[in-house]
Design a protein around this ligand. Structure first.
Ligand code: ATP
Length: 326
């Protein structure tokens, strides 16, 4: 009921009467009052005026199940939302939930991670109160070798969501980062549980530096936040909802073809590496070349000095600009 009341308050410009809420949910005035008190305790500024009712004056940047759900505009992504003020890693949580039978579309979100993860065992800085740490659990009916493309589907969705909500020029650094003005604002980590022939579940984790003001010394050259680039603070829950909305859209395109052909052009338009000289860092092999764009299956096409086109598989590879991160 908290989610629905929050949605009603959001959708009403003026006041909404206690009576109306009571009738809608078939509950007592005291029950409604209790929900309002809970919301106030979470930081929402709700004005209560005798004979007029309740009015939501201000939504703070709080996260919570009701907050996220009340903003969702999706059919399956986020059908279940689990929120934790603190967790080890939202990916780890989502994987555990997946093993226990959680449904396709389950979303795990947290305000802080104590063991935020990047690729290859690296750490993702996850302070409280400013960023998004979210993981979505998927049960796609696709062969396991198609699943790595989902990282690119999420990258496209996140870049698009950031652009829509903030107007910032969010670009994709292949395969799993989003950058603004050449610095990393978001990282994506996909983890799978598979059998030889089929997928049990896929978890896609997204970490977005939203209102972060400071980074640890070693990250200041490469990391940034939406706030640091735009000067404005964002409501995290609204951005989560937009990422999920975009993800549903691009995921449907992906499922239709089983590859990225329907979104390849859009992806390449947002690809920060495109038409740039890059350094490809494969384990035990390093070379330079020009990044052309992705192909239908999400490999990065690189033209090397001898004119050959190489297809780079995401797995173990990092791509850098030749003079820096991008
Ligand atoms: P590469 O650029 O080498 O491909 P990656 O995209 O694989 O890196 P990830 O493994 O996704 O990187 O992210 C982990 C790395 O990101 C860390 O090693 C650190 O350098 C950097 N990092 C950690 N926390 C943050 C953060 N909150 N914001 C931006 N960058 C971060």
């Amino acid at each position: 009921m908290k989610t629905e009341i929050l949605s009603m308050l959001r959708e009403t410009d003026g006041y909404i009467s206690g009576q109306q809420i009571c009738e809608q949910f078939q509950v007592s005035r005291t029950a409604v009052w209790k929900v309002m008190e809970q919301l106030k305790a979470e930081g929402y500024q709700i004005e209560a005026v005798r004979n007029r009712g309740y009015h939501l004056e201000k939504s703070p940047d709080v996260l919570g199940e009701a907050e996220i759900k009340s903003l969702l505009n999706t059919s399956w992504a986020g059908c279940d939302v689990l929120y934790f003020p603190e967790t080890d890693s939202t990916n780890t949580r989502a994987k555990r939930l997946g093993d226990e039978g959680a449904v396709h579309g389950t979303l795990v979100a947290a305000d802080r991670q104590t063991g935020g993860k990047g690729r290859r065992g690296r750490r993702w800085e996850s302070p409280a109160g400013s960023s998004i740490y979210m993981s979505i659990l998927l049960r796609p009916d696709i062969p396991p070798d198609q699943a790595p493309m989902l990282t690119l589907v999420m990258a496209q969705s996140t870049a698009e969501a950031i652009r829509i909500r903030t107007g910032e020029e969010a670009l994709i650094k292949w395969p799993n980062d989003i950058v603004i003005n050449g610095k990393k604002v978001c990282g994506i980590l996909t983890e799978m549980s598979t059998e030889i022939q089929w997928i049990n579940h896929v978890v896609i984790g997204v970490g977005i530096n939203v209102n972060t003001e400071y980074f640890p010394e070693e990250l200041t050259e490469t990391a940034t936040s939406i706030y640091l680039e735009s000067g404005g603070k964002q409501q995290r829950s609204g951005l989560i909802a937009e990422v999920l909305k975009q993800f549903e859209r691009y995921y449907a395109m992906f499922l239709e073809t089983g590859n990225l052909s329907a979104m390849q052009e859009e992806y390449n338009r947002l690809l920060v590496n495109r038409n740039r000289e890059v350094k490809v860092l494969e384990p035990g092999n390093e070379y330079n070349g020009y990044a052309i764009g992705i192909n239908e299956t999400g490999e990065l096409l690189i033209r090397t000095e001898d004119g050959q086109i190489r297809e780079v598989y995401a797995g173990e590879v990092s791509v850098r600009g030749i003079y820096g991160y991008v």
